[in-house]
Design a protein around this ligand. Structure first.
Ligand SMILES: Nc1ncnc2c1ncn2[C@@H]1O[C@H](COP(=O)(O)OP(=O)(O)OP(=O)(O)O)[C@@H](O)[C@H]1O
Length: 342
């Protein structure tokens, strides 16, 4: 079935039943640069949603909006979140209980996220007290110890300073601290970018375990690294110039990209099967647009080898809320496959 209309009409409003997160109309800007422009997405309970895209397309900004950690010069212009049935209009001030408890950020760069002069146990006490008031120190430390036991991580980290831990262990400690309060939704912003492959794998397993045990309700995992997303994400949303241009289950999106940008993005990491005839899409020439003055219509148009005059109008979202691409070519060629070029 093919449905058309603006992406935000298709995206998730109507699919709220059974969803952990429904986000609608998210807009955020650095002065004139609108880095997140009318983004809508959903995350199901127990699901990992990957957000993919080139540098500068707005992924970290989206992570800040979703995790309620936006700070000047970033301004949230609008949007609303429903997480586990709790609704939040982003125009207002989020209640204290939301940050860390309902949504939590697993930030980029474990070393920067940890205080160099505090032991891991002290940081856990701070995290718990920031949300639950003056609970006794022993209660917070017990919570941390139980969590480390549950995840098969050594209790010795409780008394350690960050510099005494390996890079991989630091990243896992940050993950444990970010999820100590059992947030319903974890926003992971490039958590694996500075890690070697085996440490990346350990972190991905840890995140999967947190979701599998229900300690975290679901995850939005932001990265430019598509192979990592392939390993961790149940679904992927591809972002370009502040907007979601395609979304779908990971295997479907990787095997059969429906947006020329997705195909181009995949081209550097995937080898197409020779027996499948597909429309070849050129590699990603040029650079993403200036988000203070994006092109009218499809924002990928200036770089797209399939663009036509139609693309100066806003592209329709073709598909259904769980699997759509916003593209005129896709609408007109429903049965033609795109081939990621190498
Ligand atoms: N502090 C800032 N001040 C002004 N503009 C910013 C700031 N941070 C980001 N931007 C702009 O917002 C847009 C989106 O940036 P963002 O960091 O969200 O993208 P990204 O996809 O996460 O890229 P990266 O992977 O490089 O972090 C870009 O055009 C960027 O130049």
């Amino acid at each position: 079935m093919s449905t058309e209309g603006p992406a935000t009409d298709l995206a998730p409003a109507d699919a709220a039943a059974g969803q952990l997160l429904t986000a609608r109309g998210l807009r955020a800007a650095y002065g004139p640069t609108v880095a997140v422009d009318d983004v809508a997405l959903t995350v199901g309970t127990g699901e990992v949603l990957g957000i993919a895209g080139e540098s500068g397309c707005g992924k970290s900004t989206l992570a800040a909006v979703l995790s309620l950690t936006a700070r000047p010069p970033l301004t949230v212009l609008g949007g609303d979140l429903t997480v586990d049935g709790q609704h939040l209009d982003l125009a207002g001030r989020p209640p204290r209980t939301w940050r860390g408890g309902v949504v939590s950020l697993l930030p980029q760069g474990a070393m920067n996220a940890l205080s160099a002069t505090a032991r891991v146990g002290d940081m856990a006490v701070d995290v718990v007290r920031a949300h639950r008031g003056r609970v006794p120190r022993s209660v917070a430390l017990d919570l941390l110890a139980d969590r480390l036991d549950a995840l098969d991580l050594p209790r010795r980290v409780i008394g350690a300073y960050p510099h005494q831990l390996s890079g991989g262990m630091r990243q896992r400690v940050v993950t444990v601290l970010s999820t100590l309060l059992d947030p319903r939704l974890l926003i992971a912003d490039e958590p694996t970018s500075a890690l070697d492959v085996s440490t990346q794998r350990a972190l991905v397993e840890l995140l999967r375990e947190l979701v599998g045990r229900g300690l975290v309700g679901g995850i939005v995992f932001v990265t430019h690294d598509l192979p990592v997303l392939r390993a961790v994400a149940d679904r992927i949303a591809v972002m370009y110039a502040g907007r979601i241009v395609e979304t779908g289950p990971t295997a479907a999106l990787v095997d059969d990209p429906r947006h020329p940008y997705t195909a181009a993005l995949l081209s550097s990491v995937l080898v197409p099967e020779p027996q499948v005839r597909r429309r070849r899409i050129g590699g990603i020439r040029g650079a993403p647009p200036d988000l203070a003055d994006p092109p009218a219509g499809c924002r990928f148009r200036p770089r797209c080898s399939l663009a036509t005059d139609a693309c100066t109008d806003d592209p329709p979202a073709v598909g259904d809320p769980d699997r759509y691409a916003t593209c005129w070519w896709t609408r007109d060629h429903p049965d033609e496959r795109l081939e990621p070029s190498l």
